[in-house]
Design a protein around this ligand. Sequence first.
Ligand SMILES: NC(=O)c1ccc[n+]([C@@H]2O[C@H](COP(=O)([O-])OP(=O)(O)OC[C@H]3O[C@@H](n4cnc5c(N)ncnc54)[C@H](O)[C@@H]3O)[C@@H](O)[C@H]2O)c1
Length: 406
Amino acid sequence: MTAPRFVNVGIVGGGLMGREIAAALRRWPALIDHPVVPRLTAIADINPLALDWFRSIDTVETFATDYRDLLADPNVDVVYIAVRHDLHEQLYTDTIRAGKHLLAEKPFGIDPSAADAILSAIDATPGSFVRVSSEMPFFPGAQAAFAHIRSGGIGRVIEATSSFLHSSDFDLDKPVNWKRQVRFNGRAGVMNDLGLHAWHVPLRLGWVPQRLYAVLQDLVPFRPGPDGTLVPCDTWENARILATVAQDGYEFPLTVDTKRIDPGQKNTWSLTVTGLDGAVSFSTAHPTTLRVLTRETQPALGPLAAEQRWQHVQVGSQSVWPTVTGGIFETGFSDTILQMWASFLAERDGALGGGFGCVTPEEAWSTHRIYAAALASHAGQSVVAPDFAPLAKADVATSATTTGTA
Ligand SMILES: NC(=O)c1ccc[n+]([C@@H]2O[C@H](COP(=O)([O-])OP(=O)(O)OC[C@H]3O[C@@H](n4cnc5c(N)ncnc54)[C@H](O)[C@@H]3O)[C@@H](O)[C@H]2O)c1
């Protein structure tokens, strides 16, 4: 047996996601024959109290309140950064220029010009390796749906819907936080927060929107601030984008929904695609079940032989990288985080093969162009073609091309 090759990981931002990733790395032995073993060696958070949670992890040697100290640590190979969106550009570009490999959090900069700057830093840094976080497509059912679509199992696509739905803001008395304020979260609002999860699979399938129409909703304009008085909650809560995708000489509609207030939902990612040969549907609300519709006739069904049938396929636990978890067992959010990291570090190591990879910088960058088009569409009540040409630092909403009125 060969000795494990260690990859030293530093985390910047020890909040919700920083802790989630630290916990996932502790479950690494669940993966079978992964080429590398990550070891969390450094944590940086501007808030010293946030560092305390990490003190029980015996591999962590560097505790920093300035992320630049973590970047200067030669004992860190890979950095994961989970901070407010307005900080992405500075921290990501500093990390890339420091020669560290990066798993960035979405939305990959607060706006298109920030995404431009991050992409430029990658282009200017030989040997950089950057991917962006989007774990929901690592549910086994999502992987099975992706594989079925990509294999042509549903034939020519009729239409597709991809969504990520919450109702975490259903409580109107919930205090405001940075994710509900434009200056920290960005003008794209809920799209910045949830959009990358919903665009990851469509973009990976090559479904780049040609033109789109968007309806955005600011349902809760004020929320209690730290002292209980109401302060602006100025982000879009819900966004529906209806896009057209050109494929093989024809177009189909792609609907992408991201919602913070969708009563009944908790943290639901779903994908439904219909085609001339069948359909496939998966929702994390029913994580063990993939729904597949085929056109094959089944004589044993007698008079129902030629009827349409939705089949429920139990997908079990296995996703991109094999694990010791029994194949029949159920999967959950923390499993998808582990799978995303397995994919990230395998790809970095050149060992992912044809496996499903994390969001690329270009894919994340293009979502900002889509959100800019959605903002312009909503503002002008018009159909807009996303502009995928690199932009200068300018008002992105006015840079998208208006092509008609819906
Ligand atoms: N992939 C997912 O499912 C998922 C879920 C939630 C959030 N996110 C993303 O993760 C990122 C962080 O979100 P969160 O929910 O963990 O936020 P959070 O507010 O829980 O944590 C952010 C942490 O960053 C620290 N921080 C602030 N400024 C800093 C600086 N200059 N240097 C170092 N640390 C600093 C804060 O003290 C805090 O501990 C965002 O980009 C968000 O969109 C991803």
